[in-house]
Design a binder for this molecule. Sequence first.
Ligand code: EPZ
Length: 420
Amino acid sequence: MDKLVIEGGIRLKGEVTVSGAKNSVLPILAATLLTDEPCIIKCVPNLRNTNTMLKILRSLGKNSDFDKGIVNITSTKNLNFTADYKLVSTMRASFCVLGPLLGRLKKAKVSLPGGCIIGVRPVDLHLKGIKSLGASVSVESGYVVAKANRLKGSHMYLGGAYGSSVLATDNVMMAAVLAQGETIIESAACEPEVVDLAEFLIKMGAKIKGHGTPIIEIEGVKQLYGATHTIIPDRIEAGTLMIASLITKGDITLKNVLCQHLGALIDKLQEAGALIVKTNGSVRVYLKRRLKPINVTTLPYPGLPTDMQAQIMSLMAVTPGISVITEKVYPDRFMHVAELNRMGAHIQREGPHAIVEGVRELTGAPVMASDLRASASLVLAGLVARGETQVSRIYHLERGYENIEAKLQSLGAKIWREKE
Ligand code: EPZ
């Protein structure tokens, strides 16, 4: 296993290009199961998770080649309807093959995804949605087994205790596009990645309206066709790089970024005193004065993304004053607190809140990544800490950030990879 070593204290400066969105490409690759025709997906990030999804598609009967950011998907033989445990258990997002398999084959057997370090992560809303379309669902030795003679459109409410569900909305949408009649999803997720999936499905011939709002309407069609699609920029990678600029008191310009997908984050960073200058397709992030502490609460889109919570915490850890961070989507998503405290941060967890008392400086230390965004927060802390930080288990980071050390090196960071 590799680790990242970071020599802190360097102000990052320059330009960097944001990759395609991980949380968009995964469901879109799953959606290619809905047709036998070739699909071409562009601006695909070369990530551990992307390659896992391609492995799953191949196990289901698809052919794929992936070169220079372009994925070509073609069909070989009849689709297999079982997504096996070995692959699905390594990546929760693989559960979003359930909807397209059910939509296309009227049967699906998909391993239940494990929980992960950020929470239990149930799938009750996914199953509620497909049952509402007429599927019978059972759980047999760790697999969800779903089947239906036919899928019939229905009017459903898909909100849970923590609000809308991104992948449940994706799964239900991908089952409903080939169902008979109209489906209405109330309390649908509004994330840009859900919109990107809907746009791809529409290019395939689906009839979808209201995507990006809490009410999505789908008119079932008989068949879907091949399509070509370019993935939207990764707003979470963009937000992470914005914080890399601010935490090092640098001056970074991001290319390939859609600021309209980052409204809540930009609003909060500006409240803290960040200078954020948008020009078409790119954005410059820097600061002139010391940042002020801020209070943030994560919420489903368009609220502040939970996937930015750990990164914001690193920034507030070195911002003098008291910041309160409230996590409303995954109340246990605080694995990074202990690791940041090992670097000299003063963070106290109180249930779904973290009280962050900004310190003058962090000190480099050996720390351990636990999940994708926690690892990003430790890298950010390492960029500003005095001395050397070693972040181990960086396979977590590789799931969701394409060439992150090369990108940071190009901005002047002293960061390199070593064998554990
Ligand atoms: C997606 O996960 C993202 N992953 C996550 O990003 C992101 O944190 C999350 O949405 C929230 O924005 C992908 O898109 C691949 P949810 P998803 O269903 O869809 C509860 C990252 O770092 N819930 O929107 O699995 C759930 O426990 C990853 O890139 C139910 O109760 O998340 C959570 O509290 C991490 N029942 C809340 O809803 C269900 O059936 C939101 O989860 C489903 C979810």
